[in-house]
Write a protein that binds this ligand. Structure first.
Ligand SMILES: [Zn+2]
Length: 574
Protein backbone atom coordinates (compact mmCIF):
# COMPACT_ATOMS: atom_id res chain seq x y z
CA UNK A 1 0.00 0.00 0.00
CA UNK A 2 1.01 3.54 -0.56
CA UNK A 3 1.09 4.62 3.04
CA UNK A 4 3.30 7.64 3.54
CA UNK A 5 6.72 6.99 4.97
CA UNK A 6 8.42 10.34 5.25
CA UNK A 7 11.82 10.04 6.77
CA UNK A 8 12.16 11.85 10.04
CA UNK A 9 15.17 12.28 12.16
CA UNK A 10 14.43 11.98 15.91
CA UNK A 11 16.48 15.07 16.79
CA UNK A 12 14.93 17.35 14.24
CA UNK A 13 11.53 16.00 15.29
CA UNK A 14 12.10 16.99 18.88
CA UNK A 15 13.30 20.39 17.91
CA UNK A 16 10.45 21.24 15.64
CA UNK A 17 7.70 19.45 17.51
CA UNK A 18 6.99 22.35 19.86
CA UNK A 19 6.02 24.50 16.95
CA UNK A 20 3.89 21.92 15.22
CA UNK A 21 0.18 21.45 15.43
CA UNK A 22 -1.37 18.25 16.81
CA UNK A 23 -2.09 16.87 13.32
CA UNK A 24 1.56 17.03 12.34
CA UNK A 25 2.68 15.49 15.63
CA UNK A 26 0.18 12.70 15.17
CA UNK A 27 1.36 12.10 11.64
CA UNK A 28 5.02 11.95 12.67
CA UNK A 29 4.32 9.43 15.42
CA UNK A 30 2.12 7.42 13.10
CA UNK A 31 4.73 7.28 10.36
CA UNK A 32 7.20 5.80 12.74
CA UNK A 33 4.69 3.14 13.86
CA UNK A 34 3.76 2.49 10.27
CA UNK A 35 7.35 1.68 9.41
CA UNK A 36 7.52 -0.96 12.11
CA UNK A 37 3.90 -2.00 11.54
CA UNK A 38 3.31 -1.63 15.26
CA UNK A 39 -0.40 -2.31 15.66
CA UNK A 40 -0.64 -2.00 19.48
CA UNK A 41 1.33 1.26 19.31
CA UNK A 42 -0.96 2.60 16.61
CA UNK A 43 -4.06 1.66 18.57
CA UNK A 44 -2.75 3.45 21.69
CA UNK A 45 -1.88 6.52 19.65
CA UNK A 46 -5.27 6.54 17.97
CA UNK A 47 -7.11 6.17 21.31
CA UNK A 48 -5.11 9.00 22.76
CA UNK A 49 -5.82 11.26 19.80
CA UNK A 50 -9.54 10.49 19.87
CA UNK A 51 -9.62 11.06 23.64
CA UNK A 52 -7.82 14.39 23.52
CA UNK A 53 -10.05 15.57 20.68
CA UNK A 54 -7.26 17.86 19.60
CA UNK A 55 -6.53 16.04 16.37
CA UNK A 56 -8.58 16.63 13.26
CA UNK A 57 -8.09 13.47 11.28
CA UNK A 58 -7.15 13.78 7.64
CA UNK A 59 -6.82 11.26 4.81
CA UNK A 60 -3.13 10.61 5.50
CA UNK A 61 -3.79 9.75 9.13
CA UNK A 62 -6.61 7.39 8.28
CA UNK A 63 -4.67 5.67 5.51
CA UNK A 64 -1.63 5.17 7.74
CA UNK A 65 -3.83 3.64 10.45
CA UNK A 66 -5.64 1.41 7.96
CA UNK A 67 -2.32 0.38 6.46
CA UNK A 68 -1.09 -0.84 9.83
CA UNK A 69 -4.37 -2.67 10.51
CA UNK A 70 -4.59 -4.35 7.11
CA UNK A 71 -0.99 -5.49 7.40
CA UNK A 72 -1.65 -7.08 10.77
CA UNK A 73 -4.52 -9.38 9.82
CA UNK A 74 -2.17 -12.15 8.72
CA UNK A 75 -0.92 -12.50 12.31
CA UNK A 76 -3.45 -14.63 14.21
CA UNK A 77 -2.63 -12.96 17.52
CA UNK A 78 -3.37 -9.52 16.05
CA UNK A 79 -6.11 -10.30 13.58
CA UNK A 80 -9.07 -9.63 15.83
CA UNK A 81 -7.92 -6.25 17.08
CA UNK A 82 -6.69 -5.29 13.60
CA UNK A 83 -10.16 -5.91 12.18
CA UNK A 84 -11.86 -4.28 15.11
CA UNK A 85 -9.80 -1.09 14.95
CA UNK A 86 -9.59 -1.03 11.21
CA UNK A 87 -13.35 -0.82 10.82
CA UNK A 88 -13.63 1.64 13.72
CA UNK A 89 -11.13 3.93 12.02
CA UNK A 90 -13.01 3.62 8.74
CA UNK A 91 -16.32 4.51 10.41
CA UNK A 92 -14.61 7.39 12.13
CA UNK A 93 -13.40 8.58 8.74
CA UNK A 94 -16.92 8.55 7.37
CA UNK A 95 -18.27 10.42 10.39
CA UNK A 96 -15.55 13.08 10.00
CA UNK A 97 -16.46 13.39 6.30
CA UNK A 98 -12.89 12.67 5.26
CA UNK A 99 -12.89 11.51 1.63
CA UNK A 100 -11.37 8.07 1.00
CA UNK A 101 -8.98 7.49 -1.87
CA UNK A 102 -7.85 4.34 -3.65
CA UNK A 103 -5.41 3.43 -0.86
CA UNK A 104 -8.19 3.73 1.72
CA UNK A 105 -10.51 1.44 -0.21
CA UNK A 106 -7.77 -1.11 -0.84
CA UNK A 107 -6.95 -1.27 2.89
CA UNK A 108 -10.58 -1.61 3.95
CA UNK A 109 -11.25 -4.19 1.23
CA UNK A 110 -8.33 -6.19 2.63
CA UNK A 111 -9.85 -6.01 6.09
CA UNK A 112 -13.23 -7.12 4.75
CA UNK A 113 -11.66 -10.01 2.87
CA UNK A 114 -9.79 -11.06 6.02
CA UNK A 115 -13.15 -11.23 7.72
CA UNK A 116 -14.36 -13.45 4.87
CA UNK A 117 -16.69 -10.76 3.57
CA UNK A 118 -15.95 -10.63 -0.14
CA UNK A 119 -19.31 -9.00 -0.84
CA UNK A 120 -18.39 -6.01 1.27
CA UNK A 121 -14.92 -5.78 -0.30
CA UNK A 122 -16.47 -5.86 -3.77
CA UNK A 123 -19.13 -3.30 -2.86
CA UNK A 124 -16.43 -0.88 -1.70
CA UNK A 125 -14.69 -1.08 -5.06
CA UNK A 126 -17.92 -0.59 -6.98
CA UNK A 127 -18.81 2.41 -4.86
CA UNK A 128 -15.45 4.04 -5.36
CA UNK A 129 -15.95 3.73 -9.09
CA UNK A 130 -19.24 5.57 -8.70
CA UNK A 131 -17.42 8.32 -6.83
CA UNK A 132 -15.02 8.72 -9.70
CA UNK A 133 -11.96 7.18 -8.03
CA UNK A 134 -10.12 4.84 -10.38
CA UNK A 135 -9.61 1.37 -8.88
CA UNK A 136 -6.41 -0.56 -9.47
CA UNK A 137 -5.78 -4.27 -9.74
CA UNK A 138 -4.87 -4.39 -6.05
CA UNK A 139 -8.17 -2.76 -5.12
CA UNK A 140 -10.09 -5.67 -6.62
CA UNK A 141 -7.74 -8.39 -5.39
CA UNK A 142 -9.16 -8.75 -1.86
CA UNK A 143 -12.70 -9.37 -3.15
CA UNK A 144 -11.50 -11.63 -5.95
CA UNK A 145 -9.22 -13.75 -3.77
CA UNK A 146 -11.82 -13.92 -1.04
CA UNK A 147 -14.47 -15.32 -3.41
CA UNK A 148 -11.95 -17.74 -4.89
CA UNK A 149 -10.92 -18.93 -1.45
CA UNK A 150 -14.54 -19.43 -0.40
CA UNK A 151 -15.20 -21.30 -3.69
CA UNK A 152 -17.82 -18.73 -4.67
CA UNK A 153 -16.94 -19.05 -8.33
CA UNK A 154 -19.78 -17.03 -9.83
CA UNK A 155 -19.02 -14.08 -7.61
CA UNK A 156 -15.35 -14.29 -8.54
CA UNK A 157 -16.31 -14.22 -12.24
CA UNK A 158 -18.44 -11.17 -11.53
CA UNK A 159 -15.43 -9.39 -10.04
CA UNK A 160 -13.37 -10.33 -13.09
CA UNK A 161 -16.06 -8.98 -15.39
CA UNK A 162 -16.09 -5.72 -13.45
CA UNK A 163 -12.32 -5.44 -13.73
CA UNK A 164 -12.55 -5.97 -17.44
CA UNK A 165 -15.20 -3.27 -17.78
CA UNK A 166 -13.01 -0.68 -16.09
CA UNK A 167 -10.18 -1.61 -18.42
CA UNK A 168 -7.89 -3.51 -16.05
CA UNK A 169 -5.91 -6.46 -17.35
CA UNK A 170 -5.62 -9.43 -15.04
CA UNK A 171 -2.18 -10.84 -14.36
CA UNK A 172 -0.96 -14.29 -13.43
CA UNK A 173 -1.96 -14.23 -9.72
CA UNK A 174 -5.54 -13.25 -10.52
CA UNK A 175 -5.87 -15.68 -13.43
CA UNK A 176 -4.35 -18.44 -11.32
CA UNK A 177 -6.88 -17.85 -8.57
CA UNK A 178 -9.73 -17.96 -11.10
CA UNK A 179 -8.33 -21.13 -12.64
CA UNK A 180 -8.12 -22.70 -9.21
CA UNK A 181 -11.69 -21.87 -8.19
CA UNK A 182 -12.93 -23.08 -11.58
CA UNK A 183 -11.04 -26.36 -11.23
CA UNK A 184 -12.14 -26.90 -7.66
CA UNK A 185 -15.78 -26.28 -8.51
CA UNK A 186 -15.59 -28.41 -11.66
CA UNK A 187 -16.26 -25.62 -14.17
CA UNK A 188 -14.47 -27.25 -17.06
CA UNK A 189 -15.31 -24.55 -19.58
CA UNK A 190 -13.99 -21.88 -17.29
CA UNK A 191 -10.80 -23.86 -16.69
CA UNK A 192 -10.37 -23.93 -20.45
CA UNK A 193 -11.02 -20.20 -20.67
CA UNK A 194 -8.44 -19.38 -17.98
CA UNK A 195 -5.86 -21.65 -19.56
CA UNK A 196 -6.21 -19.45 -22.63
CA UNK A 197 -6.18 -16.22 -20.68
CA UNK A 198 -2.94 -17.36 -19.06
CA UNK A 199 -1.58 -18.27 -22.47
CA UNK A 200 -2.45 -14.85 -23.73
CA UNK A 201 -1.04 -12.80 -20.87
CA UNK A 202 1.78 -14.78 -19.28
CA UNK A 203 4.92 -16.14 -20.89
CA UNK A 204 6.25 -18.59 -18.35
CA UNK A 205 4.04 -19.57 -15.44
CA UNK A 206 5.18 -19.74 -11.83
CA UNK A 207 5.82 -23.10 -10.19
CA UNK A 208 2.63 -22.59 -8.20
CA UNK A 209 0.51 -22.09 -11.31
CA UNK A 210 2.23 -25.06 -12.99
CA UNK A 211 1.26 -27.30 -10.05
CA UNK A 212 -2.28 -26.02 -10.20
CA UNK A 213 -2.52 -26.85 -13.89
CA UNK A 214 -1.03 -30.30 -13.33
CA UNK A 215 -3.48 -31.06 -10.57
CA UNK A 216 -6.46 -30.12 -12.76
CA UNK A 217 -5.41 -32.50 -15.51
CA UNK A 218 -4.83 -35.28 -13.00
CA UNK A 219 -8.33 -34.91 -11.55
CA UNK A 220 -11.14 -37.36 -12.15
CA UNK A 221 -13.27 -34.57 -13.58
CA UNK A 222 -10.75 -33.83 -16.33
CA UNK A 223 -11.09 -37.36 -17.76
CA UNK A 224 -14.59 -36.56 -18.99
CA UNK A 225 -14.07 -33.11 -20.43
CA UNK A 226 -14.04 -32.71 -24.18
CA UNK A 227 -15.75 -33.79 -27.30
CA UNK A 228 -15.04 -37.02 -29.10
CA UNK A 229 -16.30 -35.62 -32.37
CA UNK A 230 -13.46 -33.51 -33.54
CA UNK A 231 -12.09 -32.77 -36.96
CA UNK A 232 -8.34 -32.80 -36.74
CA UNK A 233 -7.69 -31.19 -40.07
CA UNK A 234 -10.08 -28.39 -39.25
CA UNK A 235 -8.32 -27.93 -35.90
CA UNK A 236 -5.01 -27.74 -37.65
CA UNK A 237 -6.30 -25.08 -40.02
CA UNK A 238 -7.60 -23.04 -37.11
CA UNK A 239 -4.25 -23.28 -35.33
CA UNK A 240 -2.50 -22.00 -38.44
CA UNK A 241 -4.98 -19.20 -38.89
CA UNK A 242 -4.46 -18.10 -35.29
CA UNK A 243 -0.76 -17.58 -35.89
CA UNK A 244 0.15 -20.91 -34.26
CA UNK A 245 0.13 -22.20 -30.73
CA UNK A 246 -3.59 -22.59 -30.06
CA UNK A 247 -7.00 -23.32 -31.57
CA UNK A 248 -9.26 -22.21 -28.71
CA UNK A 249 -12.11 -24.51 -29.76
CA UNK A 250 -12.44 -26.38 -26.47
CA UNK A 251 -11.16 -29.59 -24.94
CA UNK A 252 -10.46 -32.22 -27.56
CA UNK A 253 -11.30 -35.92 -27.18
CA UNK A 254 -12.03 -37.93 -24.07
CA UNK A 255 -10.15 -39.96 -21.54
CA UNK A 256 -7.24 -39.71 -19.21
CA UNK A 257 -4.53 -37.11 -19.64
CA UNK A 258 -0.88 -37.85 -19.35
CA UNK A 259 0.92 -35.17 -17.35
CA UNK A 260 4.72 -35.09 -17.47
CA UNK A 261 7.60 -32.68 -17.07
CA UNK A 262 10.44 -32.35 -19.53
CA UNK A 263 12.39 -29.98 -21.73
CA UNK A 264 12.02 -28.67 -25.22
CA UNK A 265 15.09 -28.97 -27.40
CA UNK A 266 16.63 -26.27 -29.55
CA UNK A 267 14.46 -27.29 -32.48
CA UNK A 268 11.32 -26.97 -30.43
CA UNK A 269 10.64 -30.67 -29.89
CA UNK A 270 9.16 -31.80 -26.56
CA UNK A 271 11.29 -34.42 -24.80
CA UNK A 272 8.19 -36.12 -23.36
CA UNK A 273 5.81 -36.49 -26.28
CA UNK A 274 7.96 -35.56 -29.26
CA UNK A 275 5.55 -32.89 -30.41
CA UNK A 276 6.92 -29.96 -32.36
CA UNK A 277 6.16 -26.69 -30.62
CA UNK A 278 5.12 -23.72 -32.68
CA UNK A 279 6.51 -20.33 -33.43
CA UNK A 280 3.76 -18.05 -32.32
CA UNK A 281 4.03 -15.03 -34.50
CA UNK A 282 2.08 -11.86 -34.76
CA UNK A 283 -0.44 -12.25 -37.54
CA UNK A 284 -0.69 -10.34 -40.81
CA UNK A 285 -3.23 -7.86 -39.59
CA UNK A 286 -1.20 -7.12 -36.45
CA UNK A 287 1.92 -6.73 -38.54
CA UNK A 288 0.19 -4.28 -40.87
CA UNK A 289 -1.06 -2.26 -37.92
CA UNK A 290 2.36 -2.33 -36.32
CA UNK A 291 4.03 -1.09 -39.50
CA UNK A 292 1.43 1.66 -39.82
CA UNK A 293 1.93 2.81 -36.27
CA UNK A 294 5.72 2.96 -36.74
CA UNK A 295 5.23 4.93 -39.93
CA UNK A 296 2.79 7.31 -38.24
CA UNK A 297 5.24 7.99 -35.42
CA UNK A 298 8.16 8.36 -37.80
CA UNK A 299 6.26 10.77 -40.02
CA UNK A 300 5.51 12.88 -36.96
CA UNK A 301 9.12 12.99 -35.88
CA UNK A 302 11.11 12.80 -39.06
CA UNK A 303 11.07 15.12 -42.03
CA UNK A 304 7.91 13.95 -43.67
CA UNK A 305 9.11 13.97 -47.27
CA UNK A 306 12.20 11.96 -46.41
CA UNK A 307 10.35 9.20 -44.66
CA UNK A 308 7.61 9.07 -47.30
CA UNK A 309 10.30 8.76 -49.92
CA UNK A 310 11.75 5.83 -48.01
CA UNK A 311 8.33 4.20 -47.79
CA UNK A 312 7.88 4.51 -51.54
CA UNK A 313 11.34 3.18 -52.17
CA UNK A 314 10.67 0.22 -49.91
CA UNK A 315 7.44 -0.65 -51.72
CA UNK A 316 9.45 -0.93 -54.91
CA UNK A 317 12.23 -2.92 -53.28
CA UNK A 318 10.27 -5.25 -51.06
CA UNK A 319 12.36 -8.29 -51.66
CA UNK A 320 14.77 -8.19 -48.75
CA UNK A 321 14.87 -10.91 -46.14
CA UNK A 322 17.05 -9.21 -43.60
CA UNK A 323 17.62 -5.62 -42.55
CA UNK A 324 20.90 -4.61 -40.93
CA UNK A 325 21.30 -1.76 -38.46
CA UNK A 326 24.53 -0.61 -40.11
CA UNK A 327 25.78 1.66 -37.36
CA UNK A 328 25.21 -0.97 -34.70
CA UNK A 329 27.38 -3.50 -36.56
CA UNK A 330 30.03 -1.04 -37.75
CA UNK A 331 30.55 0.38 -34.28
CA UNK A 332 30.38 -2.94 -32.46
CA UNK A 333 33.38 -3.18 -30.11
CA UNK A 334 35.06 -0.22 -31.79
CA UNK A 335 36.78 2.62 -30.09
CA UNK A 336 34.20 5.38 -30.01
CA UNK A 337 36.70 8.04 -29.09
CA UNK A 338 38.38 7.55 -32.45
CA UNK A 339 35.03 7.49 -34.18
CA UNK A 340 35.98 4.01 -35.32
CA UNK A 341 33.62 2.33 -37.73
CA UNK A 342 34.54 -1.09 -39.02
CA UNK A 343 33.55 -1.61 -42.63
CA UNK A 344 35.09 -5.13 -42.64
CA UNK A 345 32.86 -6.06 -39.71
CA UNK A 346 29.78 -4.89 -41.57
CA UNK A 347 31.03 -6.64 -44.69
CA UNK A 348 31.40 -9.92 -42.79
CA UNK A 349 27.81 -9.71 -41.55
CA UNK A 350 26.46 -8.81 -44.98
CA UNK A 351 28.29 -11.76 -46.54
CA UNK A 352 27.08 -14.10 -43.82
CA UNK A 353 23.46 -13.12 -44.44
CA UNK A 354 23.98 -13.34 -48.20
CA UNK A 355 25.35 -16.86 -47.85
CA UNK A 356 22.64 -18.05 -45.53
CA UNK A 357 19.84 -16.83 -47.75
CA UNK A 358 21.45 -18.39 -50.80
CA UNK A 359 22.29 -15.26 -52.65
CA UNK A 360 19.96 -12.57 -51.37
CA UNK A 361 21.55 -9.35 -50.26
CA UNK A 362 20.35 -7.88 -46.99
CA UNK A 363 19.50 -4.20 -46.74
CA UNK A 364 21.91 -2.16 -44.66
CA UNK A 365 20.52 1.08 -43.29
CA UNK A 366 23.11 3.74 -42.56
CA UNK A 367 23.07 7.46 -41.98
CA UNK A 368 24.31 9.43 -45.00
CA UNK A 369 26.67 11.43 -42.82
CA UNK A 370 28.40 8.20 -41.92
CA UNK A 371 28.67 7.10 -45.54
CA UNK A 372 30.07 10.47 -46.58
CA UNK A 373 32.72 10.24 -43.90
CA UNK A 374 33.67 6.72 -44.93
CA UNK A 375 33.78 7.62 -48.60
CA UNK A 376 36.28 10.36 -47.84
CA UNK A 377 38.65 8.46 -45.61
CA UNK A 378 38.01 4.76 -45.64
CA UNK A 379 40.19 2.35 -47.61
CA UNK A 380 36.96 0.49 -48.36
CA UNK A 381 35.48 3.11 -50.66
CA UNK A 382 35.15 0.67 -53.51
CA UNK A 383 33.24 -1.86 -51.45
CA UNK A 384 30.89 0.83 -50.22
CA UNK A 385 30.24 1.99 -53.74
CA UNK A 386 29.49 -1.60 -54.74
CA UNK A 387 26.91 -1.82 -51.97
CA UNK A 388 25.31 1.34 -53.14
CA UNK A 389 25.24 0.01 -56.69
CA UNK A 390 23.75 -3.31 -55.64
CA UNK A 391 21.07 -1.75 -53.45
CA UNK A 392 22.58 -3.24 -50.34
CA UNK A 393 22.83 0.16 -48.73
CA UNK A 394 20.12 2.67 -47.98
CA UNK A 395 21.40 5.89 -46.52
CA UNK A 396 19.08 7.94 -44.41
CA UNK A 397 19.08 11.70 -44.98
CA UNK A 398 20.65 14.43 -42.87
CA UNK A 399 18.79 15.14 -39.67
CA UNK A 400 17.07 11.74 -39.64
CA UNK A 401 17.10 9.12 -36.95
CA UNK A 402 17.97 5.92 -38.80
CA UNK A 403 16.29 3.81 -36.09
CA UNK A 404 12.90 4.59 -37.62
CA UNK A 405 14.10 3.47 -41.03
CA UNK A 406 15.52 0.08 -40.17
CA UNK A 407 12.69 -0.76 -37.80
CA UNK A 408 10.03 0.21 -40.29
CA UNK A 409 11.72 -1.75 -43.07
CA UNK A 410 12.01 -4.89 -40.96
CA UNK A 411 8.39 -4.78 -39.84
CA UNK A 412 6.95 -3.74 -43.20
CA UNK A 413 8.81 -6.45 -45.12
CA UNK A 414 8.38 -9.06 -42.35
CA UNK A 415 12.13 -9.40 -42.28
CA UNK A 416 14.74 -10.44 -39.84
CA UNK A 417 16.41 -7.46 -38.21
CA UNK A 418 20.05 -7.73 -37.35
CA UNK A 419 21.01 -5.50 -34.44
CA UNK A 420 22.22 -5.84 -30.89
CA UNK A 421 20.22 -2.76 -29.97
CA UNK A 422 17.79 -3.81 -27.26
CA UNK A 423 15.39 -1.20 -28.60
CA UNK A 424 14.52 0.19 -25.22
CA UNK A 425 15.03 3.85 -26.12
CA UNK A 426 12.25 6.32 -25.76
CA UNK A 427 11.28 6.00 -29.40
CA UNK A 428 10.62 2.30 -28.95
CA UNK A 429 8.64 2.87 -25.79
CA UNK A 430 6.05 4.56 -27.94
CA UNK A 431 5.34 1.24 -29.60
CA UNK A 432 3.89 -0.59 -26.61
CA UNK A 433 5.95 -3.22 -24.89
CA UNK A 434 3.93 -6.43 -25.06
CA UNK A 435 3.44 -6.48 -28.77
CA UNK A 436 6.86 -5.13 -29.60
CA UNK A 437 8.63 -7.70 -27.46
CA UNK A 438 6.72 -10.47 -29.21
CA UNK A 439 7.82 -9.08 -32.54
CA UNK A 440 11.45 -8.81 -31.42
CA UNK A 441 11.39 -12.36 -30.11
CA UNK A 442 10.54 -13.57 -33.60
CA UNK A 443 12.52 -11.20 -35.78
CA UNK A 444 15.60 -9.87 -34.06
CA UNK A 445 18.92 -11.47 -34.91
CA UNK A 446 21.73 -10.69 -32.47
CA UNK A 447 25.37 -11.19 -33.31
CA UNK A 448 28.84 -11.38 -31.96
CA UNK A 449 32.25 -11.84 -33.51
CA UNK A 450 34.47 -14.78 -32.75
CA UNK A 451 38.01 -14.49 -34.11
CA UNK A 452 36.82 -11.86 -36.54
CA UNK A 453 34.00 -14.03 -37.90
CA UNK A 454 30.37 -13.14 -37.27
CA UNK A 455 28.22 -15.49 -35.20
CA UNK A 456 24.53 -14.82 -35.67
CA UNK A 457 22.17 -15.60 -32.86
CA UNK A 458 18.89 -16.32 -34.56
CA UNK A 459 15.43 -16.05 -33.01
CA UNK A 460 14.23 -19.21 -31.26
CA UNK A 461 12.55 -21.67 -33.56
CA UNK A 462 9.64 -22.00 -31.15
CA UNK A 463 7.87 -19.70 -28.73
CA UNK A 464 8.34 -20.24 -25.00
CA UNK A 465 4.69 -19.62 -24.18
CA UNK A 466 1.77 -21.85 -23.23
CA UNK A 467 0.77 -23.79 -26.32
CA UNK A 468 -2.29 -25.80 -27.26
CA UNK A 469 -1.89 -28.08 -30.23
CA UNK A 470 -4.40 -29.35 -32.74
CA UNK A 471 -4.21 -32.69 -30.92
CA UNK A 472 -5.59 -31.01 -27.82
CA UNK A 473 -2.33 -31.31 -25.91
CA UNK A 474 -0.86 -28.53 -23.82
CA UNK A 475 2.70 -27.41 -23.19
CA UNK A 476 3.34 -25.01 -20.35
CA UNK A 477 6.76 -23.39 -19.77
CA UNK A 478 7.69 -22.91 -16.12
CA UNK A 479 9.49 -19.82 -14.90
CA UNK A 480 13.04 -20.26 -13.66
CA UNK A 481 16.15 -18.19 -13.07
CA UNK A 482 17.89 -19.35 -16.20
CA UNK A 483 17.56 -17.56 -19.50
CA UNK A 484 18.52 -20.71 -21.35
CA UNK A 485 15.45 -21.96 -23.15
CA UNK A 486 16.79 -25.46 -23.68
CA UNK A 487 17.11 -26.15 -19.95
CA UNK A 488 13.67 -24.77 -19.13
CA UNK A 489 11.15 -27.11 -17.53
CA UNK A 490 7.92 -27.60 -19.44
CA UNK A 491 4.76 -29.30 -18.31
CA UNK A 492 3.66 -31.62 -21.11
CA UNK A 493 -0.01 -32.63 -21.08
CA UNK A 494 -1.24 -35.05 -23.71
CA UNK A 495 -4.22 -37.29 -24.22
CA UNK A 496 -2.94 -40.67 -25.36
CA UNK A 497 -6.38 -41.60 -26.70
CA UNK A 498 -6.24 -38.96 -29.42
CA UNK A 499 -2.55 -38.80 -30.12
CA UNK A 500 -2.53 -42.08 -32.04
CA UNK A 501 -5.46 -41.34 -34.29
CA UNK A 502 -4.37 -37.76 -34.83
CA UNK A 503 -0.94 -38.74 -36.04
CA UNK A 504 -2.55 -40.70 -38.85
CA UNK A 505 -4.83 -37.87 -39.88
CA UNK A 506 -2.23 -35.17 -39.61
CA UNK A 507 0.40 -37.11 -41.50
CA UNK A 508 -1.73 -36.78 -44.59
CA UNK A 509 -1.95 -33.02 -44.17
CA UNK A 510 1.41 -32.22 -42.81
CA UNK A 511 3.75 -29.73 -44.37
CA UNK A 512 7.29 -31.11 -44.47
CA UNK A 513 8.74 -29.22 -41.57
CA UNK A 514 5.79 -29.06 -39.24
CA UNK A 515 3.20 -26.46 -38.59
CA UNK A 516 5.41 -23.90 -36.96
CA UNK A 517 7.35 -23.26 -40.08
CA UNK A 518 4.32 -21.92 -41.77
CA UNK A 519 4.69 -18.75 -39.80
CA UNK A 520 8.24 -18.15 -40.71
CA UNK A 521 7.40 -18.79 -44.29
CA UNK A 522 4.20 -16.91 -44.49
CA UNK A 523 5.69 -13.90 -42.75
CA UNK A 524 8.20 -13.42 -45.46
CA UNK A 525 6.17 -14.52 -48.34
CA UNK A 526 2.94 -12.90 -47.23
CA UNK A 527 0.72 -15.52 -48.75
CA UNK A 528 2.69 -18.69 -48.89
CA UNK A 529 0.58 -21.81 -48.77
CA UNK A 530 2.09 -24.39 -46.45
CA UNK A 531 0.65 -27.27 -48.45
CA UNK A 532 2.52 -26.24 -51.55
CA UNK A 533 5.90 -26.67 -49.97
CA UNK A 534 7.51 -29.90 -50.88
CA UNK A 535 10.97 -30.38 -49.67
CA UNK A 536 13.97 -28.39 -48.77
CA UNK A 537 15.78 -25.55 -50.31
CA UNK A 538 14.59 -25.30 -53.83
CA UNK A 539 10.97 -24.63 -53.11
CA UNK A 540 10.52 -23.91 -49.46
CA UNK A 541 9.88 -20.32 -48.53
CA UNK A 542 11.77 -17.83 -46.45
CA UNK A 543 14.59 -17.47 -44.08
CA UNK A 544 13.64 -19.58 -41.19
CA UNK A 545 15.78 -20.58 -38.35
CA UNK A 546 16.65 -23.35 -36.05
CA UNK A 547 19.28 -23.83 -33.50
CA UNK A 548 22.34 -25.87 -33.99
CA UNK A 549 22.79 -27.69 -30.71
CA UNK A 550 26.38 -28.57 -31.44
CA UNK A 551 27.90 -25.16 -31.11
CA UNK A 552 24.89 -23.71 -29.37
CA UNK A 553 24.36 -21.03 -31.96
CA UNK A 554 21.42 -20.72 -34.23
CA UNK A 555 21.73 -21.14 -37.88
CA UNK A 556 19.41 -20.34 -40.69
CA UNK A 557 18.33 -23.52 -42.31
CA UNK A 558 15.48 -22.63 -44.53
CA UNK A 559 15.49 -20.59 -47.57
CA UNK A 560 13.17 -18.35 -49.32
CA UNK A 561 11.10 -19.25 -52.27
CA UNK A 562 12.42 -17.34 -55.20
CA UNK A 563 9.99 -14.82 -56.48
CA UNK A 564 9.50 -14.84 -60.16
CA UNK A 565 8.93 -11.11 -60.34
CA UNK A 566 11.40 -9.84 -57.85
CA UNK A 567 12.76 -6.48 -58.82
CA UNK A 568 16.50 -6.22 -58.97
CA UNK A 569 17.89 -4.01 -56.29
CA UNK A 570 18.96 -0.59 -57.43
CA UNK A 571 21.12 2.04 -55.94
CA UNK A 572 19.71 4.42 -53.46
CA UNK A 573 21.22 7.22 -51.62
CA UNK A 574 20.11 10.63 -50.65
ZN1 LIG B 1 5.06 -32.88 -24.85
Amino acid sequence: MDAPHPSSHPKSQKKSRKNQNPEVNFQVALNSLSRTRDLPGAIALYEEAVGSQGVRFNQHHINALLYICSNSVADPSLKESALDYGFRVYEHMESCKVAPNEATVTAVARLAAARGDGDYAFRLVREMGERGIAPRLRTYDPALYCFCRMLEADKAYEVEEHMRRVGLSLEEPELSALLRVSAETGREERVYEYMHKLRDCVGHVSEETAKLIESWFCEEKAVDVGDENYDLSHLKDVVLRNGGGFHGLGWIGKGKWEVRRGNVNANGVCSCCGEQLACVDINDMETENFASSIAALALERETKENFSEFQDWLEKHADYEAIVDGANVGLYQQNFADGGFSVPQLDAVVKELYGRSKGKWPLVVLHNKRLKGLMQSSPHKQLLQEWVDKGVLYTTPSGSNDDWYWLYAAVRLRCLLLTNDEMRDHIFELLGSKFFSKWKERHQVRYTFVKGGPVLIMPLSFSPVIQESEKGSWHVPVKDDSNEEIVRTWVCITRPSICKSSNRVLASKKSPEGSNNFHNDHKLLNSCKPETTTKDSDTLGSIGCSQDCGNNTNTMTRKRKERSSSPSPVASSS
